[in-house]
Ligand binder design. Structure first.
Ligand code: C5J
Length: 224
């Protein structure tokens, strides 16, 4: 049994390999001109995790772990985007409006693609999700069941929105989740810190947190 030295205590790696879940590393959130910057955010911190995530992704590929990418994406006719979501806020640009990288948060638009260094490869899952959580109106649970996956390594953006929502959804469905702390980021450093604390408080009420420097060698020991 290999364990990862995590917070709040050791995370046990199971016999069946965990899945690497990469949440919404799409140009919409990570590059200037996308949805994230249209909301007034500085996207630089999100772009800064790409090299670290790329290393973890390379290890997961090498170890033949299941890899699941998600994108926050709506249908071009916006039939899966509730008005309450589209109209929220005072931003000039809304979901579905034309931005410099095409229509914001719309499946198939250039801005909706995953950033090139993390682009999905053949054999990996690339799920469009209309909500914050990756289980909502996606085949994620069926995919994990078919693969007999019980443990999830969670990464991506943003920590307190789609990442945390997904981790809570996964927790309610019985998955053992570990958030890789240097492979997730927020536009708000204090929100990231608070999310890590919320996840691990009360004996890991939502799950575990550990850095990639600890996760990677443990995966290599367990499955290499
Ligand atoms: C947001 C996300 N922040 N991927 N989406 O709206 O976290």
């Amino acid at each position: 049994m290999t364990t990862i030295k995590a917070t709040p205590y050791e995370y046990e790696l199971p016999e069946t390999k965990p899945a690497l879940i990469i949440i919404d590393m799409q140009r919409d959130f990570v590059e200037p001109g996308g949805f994230g910057s249209a909301l007034g955010n500085d996207v630089t911190p999100l772009m800064n995790i790409v090299p670290t995530l790329q290393k973890l992704l390379a290890v997961a590929r090498n170890l033949k772990m299941p890899i699941i990418h998600t994108r926050e994406a709506h249908l071009p006719d916006l039939s899966d985007c509730p008005p309450a979501k589209r109209l929220r806020g005072k931003s000039g640009l809304r979901i579905g409006d034309e931005g410099p990288m095409g229509r914001l948060l719309i499946d198939g638009e250039p801005g909706n693609e995953i950033v090139e260094p993390l682009a999905p490869r053949a054999g990996e899952y690339d799920l469009a999700k209309p909500g914050k959580g990756a289980f909502y109106r996606t085949p994620l649970q069926d995919i994990l069941k078919a693969l007999k996956v019980t443990h999830l390594l969670i990464t991506g953006v943003t920590t307190e929105v789609c990442v945390q929502t997904t981790m809570r959804e996964a927790n309610d469905r019985g998955y053992e989740c570990l958030l890789v702390e240097d492979c997730t980021e927020s536009y708000f450093p204090e929100f990231k810190r608070a999310t890590l604390d919320m996840i691990t408080a009360q004996g890991g009420i939502v799950g575990w947190v550990a850095p990639s420097s600890v996760v990677i060698p443990a995966l290599e020991r367990a499955y290499g």
